[in-house]
Unconditional design. Structure first.
Length: 284
């Protein structure tokens, strides 16, 4: 039995890894001598990724007046780092192929994750955040630790699911009781093993504790609020049937008020219905 999230990751039966394309994109972006044309060349070499990214930037999310038909054009309009974040989010959706569906349908799991990502994107837009694509990525990643638990501790996972249902308790609370840590902490350890940025690690690790004081408290609160919207609207499921209590203080962290619920709900519902078939990657 793993005594920490780090031990669970290190001893993982089949630890999913990010596709190599993400690291190639990142290497080019971090090269001071590279141009966005170099980034476009790397992405364009992956036909499937290029096709999906062009679908996304031509969707109603951006609502550009004319079609964007090349990755170079997409980068010039959307931005290099923004497209990198979209590429990573798209890659993650295929990184866990083959995980057994004993506890949750993978399609339903990713629908919840995409729903959270879309909700985080919309909340970020309403908060006038400069890079809403980053929040979409954070939403996609927030529950990946649960997949690691499902795959590597199936007996404990079964206990967690059963106790959550029978005791009407949130799964992350039962996880902490049975494992000594929760899926957020496992997700943070996974992102650390992938060498992803510290802010993504912290948000993933703390999305069920959004009121904790931290360097990235506002970003965490936005993803936590998005998670609650995704659960309340039943946009897929990550295995947890309950919705955490929406505390007024979370709105304060986000910088919005509770009167925004109806506006955000309508925007999230509309955008999810319009774009889910573009974002989601069906399991093979």
């Amino acid at each position: 039995m793993s005594s920490s999230p780090q031990e669970l990751i290190e001893g993982s039966v089949r630890l999913s890894s990010l596709p190599e394309i993400y690291f190639k994109i990142n290497d080019v972006i971090n090269d001071p001598e590279s141009s966005f044309g170099d980034v476009a060349d790397v992405i364009s070499n992956d036909t499937s990724l290029s096709f999906r990214l062009l679908q996304i930037v031509n969707s109603s999310f951006y609502n550009f007046p004319s079609p964007i038909d090349t990755i170079s054009h997409a980068i010039s309009i959307v931005g290099t780092k923004q497209l990198r974040d979209l590429a990573l989010a798209t890659s993650v959706l295929t990184a866990f192929e083959g995980i057994p569906e004993d506890f949750v349908s993978m399609k339903s799991f990713w629908k919840h994750s995409v729903g959270c990502g879309i909700a985080a994107w919309i909340v970020a837009l309403n908060c006038r955040e400069s890079n809403p694509e980053w929040y979409y990525l954070a939403g996609i990643l927030h529950d990946v630790g649960r997949l690691i638990i499902f795959e590597n501790h199936p007996e404990k996972a079964e206990m967690i699911v059963e106790q959550s249902l029978s005791q009407n308790r949130l799964m992350f609370e039962v996880e902490r009781e049975i494992l000594g840590f929760d899926h957020g902490e496992v997700g943070a350890a996974l992102l650390d093993s992938w060498n992803l940025p510290l802010n993504l690690q912290e948000i993933t690790g703390s999305h069920h504790r959004p009121l904790n004081e931290s360097k990235h408290a506002r970003e965490t609160a936005i993803v936590s609020l998005a998670d609650m919207f995704s659960k309340s609207m039943v946009l897929g499921t990550s295995g947890d049937r309950l919705v955490p209590q929406l505390k007024p203080e979370i709105w304060g962290k986000v910088g919005m008020d509770v009167g925004s619920i109806a506006l955000l709900w309508n925007q999230i519902e509309t955008q999810f219905n319009e774009t889910i078939d573009i974002f989601i990657v069906d399991p093979k």
